[in-house]
Design a protein. Sequence first.
Length: 276
Amino acid sequence: MSYGWIKAEDYSFNSILLMDRWILRYFVGMGQSGVGYYADPEYRKHLGIALTYNPAVRWYFENKCPESKECIASLIQDTPQNLTISEVRASEIYVIQAQETFMVYLYPEVMESNCGYIRDWTPDRLLSIVDFTDKVVLDIGSGTGRLAFAAAQKAKKVYASEPIDCLREFMRDKIKKQGIKNMVVLDGVVENIPYEDNTFDIVMSACVFGDDYDAEYAEMFRVVKAGGYIIDCDGENSGEELEPRKKELLQLGFEYSHYISKNGGDVYRYWKQVFK
């Protein structure tokens, strides 16, 4: 499925050299959400061709993500020899488009301009959920900082946790450019939040829940203070199927509100006050 966020033809296969290890795992079916595109023989064929004819990218892949070596060896063993430049480029484009959701992370400016869930969202969608005034806030999976920069308008301190280096640097540049004094960017993932128990008044995220709801919630619960809030605040969307996620969060005790996005899709916001 393509969201239309990028035109793959405009991107070099060398973009993979900007990727972090955890993203590379998804390319070869090792991501937490399962095999994804890797289950498709057509995708595996094109990935094998692209890696075979781009030895520098293959070297980076195998050394940045050594657990992928066996998969890559399997991918390239049947790659046709003497393919033309246009045939190789076609395979590169196929892989780039298939991994659009990860490719766009490498180009934060493109994310903000092309991804409707960021571009068309407004801060009041977050700030109207709870009072952020003078609160210490953690944003998990901060991305380009959609939630974090909104919270920083009122919060005492905002910690933006993001596992992708390109996005961390984008937020740091934006903080410096805008002269923001109450926001810090750090590396981190929801499965292992790098803070002590009971640290934050508000722990928030957007579409972070999904791989292991119970484990992800437990880690958020651990770092939020008693009486604090856990918030999941989606951006605008085009109406993806969200019912399974809604069911999981309601089972965890979240409240929710719903609205129709500017793009005509259903958007849900979830929150839960935590008592310990």
